[in-house]
Design a protein around this ligand. Structure first.
Ligand SMILES: NC(=O)c1ccc[n+]([C@@H]2O[C@H](COP(=O)([O-])OP(=O)(O)OC[C@H]3O[C@@H](n4cnc5c(N)ncnc54)[C@H](OP(=O)(O)O)[C@@H]3O)[C@@H](O)[C@H]2O)c1
Length: 320
């Protein structure tokens, strides 16, 4: 089969379209003929090996040679312990940390997959799992957003942020979106009440405070986030620099005890219930799925570069 392969960390140029062996599913896995796979910042991070956590299991060279987590396709073959799916079923899901989606076929655990609704295209289905579940767990489960609360989403114009802004609005919050100059109108179109251009303003230094800050691109000191939180406010980091993650691990509990402000890391638990919940919100028109661009498999390097350089508004999808 054809796949986009890399053997060393680096820029998109290290990715190559190659012929590789078709995977063989284990007893609890299915083999999927991939129809679409979306690009996440986690692919960009895994490609470059930065931040350092992207090298877990592969310090000097990548542990998995094919990236791609959010797959949608048809079941081609089912392992003997698979109960929920059979050949021909249309499925989708997030297969992080195993990866392998930038290929014509991928094997995946049955437990990572949900049935694709007939009303959605493969491209639409592939755009949902990782980004939508990060946002849902940050805004609903950990953030427990209530009507009238002030919520700030940092990185609001990207994959997870696009869902996070809409979810916070859905739960009745007053939402501030932070992203680059080119995404200000886009964030407004998602429903953000206020927008901040991070290239001109630092939201931790303008005197405003929030009940919840949800951050997909954290790189500041923990004290900056503390300053921007109301008393009893919460901050959750979904993605960001290792320095910020370490500070939160070291000092988060102390800040909680001394100020009542909660500053934590969101460890996302991928699951199909959350994917189904988001799928229903999208089908009901309560959340809009935003696909910026689609690319063919051979152009995965361009697609990952587009997401990594921060140009994408919402999601980028590969049609296989
Ligand atoms: N916690 C977990 O368990 C877990 C699980 C899976 C994934 N993740 C992580 O979750 C994150 C999800 O990111 P995503 O896919 O939503 O990324 P994305 O689509 O690339 O969106 C990130 C957005 O942030 C913007 N941005 C960059 N620097 C910024 C800054 N300083 N201030 C404000 N905005 C900034 C980017 O635009 P520009 O770059 O153009 O400015 C982009 O619009 C990734 O880091 C991924 O590794 C976490």
């Amino acid at each position: 089969m054809k796949a986009i392969v890399y053997t060393k960390y680096g820029p998109p140029e290290v990715l190559q379209l190659k012929e590789v062996a078709k995977p063989i599913p284990k007893d609890d896995e299915v083999l999927i003929k991939v129809q679409a796979v979306s690009v996440n910042r986690s692919d960009w991070e895994g490609l470059r090996g930065k931040p350092l956590y992207a090298r877990i299991g592969g310090l000097l060279k990548p542990r998995r040679q094919i990236l791609g987590s959010d797959v949608a396709g048809r079941v081609e073959m089912a392992g003997r312990n698979v109960r929920r799916f059979q050949p021909g079923d249309e499925v989708f899901g997030d297969i992080l940390p195993r990866l392998g989606g930038f290929a014509e076929y991928v094997r995946a655990r049955e437990s990572a997959l949900a049935l694709k609704p007939a009303s959605m295209t493969f491209e639409e289905a592939a755009a949902i799992p990782q980004a939508a579940v990060i946002a849902l767990q940050g805004i609903r489960d950990k953030g427990r957003v209530q009507p009238g609360q002030k919520v700030l989403v940092n990185g609001a114009g990207g994959g997870a942020g696009t869902f996070a802004v809409q979810l916070a609005k859905l739960y009745g919050a007053e939402v501030t979106g932070v992203d680059n100059t080119g995404k200000l109108n886009f964030m407004r179109s998602l429903g953000a009440d206020h927008v901040i251009d991070y290239t001109r303003e630092d939201f931790t230094r303008d005197g405003k405070q929030y009940d919840l800050i949800f951050d997909v691109v954290a790189h500041r000191s923990i004290f900056a986030y503390k300053r921007a939180l109301r008393s009893n406010g919460s901050y959750f980091l979904a993605g960001g620099s290792v320095a910020t993650i370490l500070q939160i691990l070291l000092l988060g509990a102390w800040i909680r005890t001394t100020t009542g402000k909660e500053i934590r890391i969101l460890a996302v638990q991928p699951n199909t219930e959350d994917v189904d919940y988001m799928k229903e919100l999208i089908e009901a028109g309560k959340v809009t799925l935003v696909i910026d661009k689609t690319y063919p498999l051979s152009e995965v390097p361009e697609a990952i570069g587009y997401v990594g350089e921060g140009d994408a508004r919402g999601k980028v999808v590969i049609t296989v």
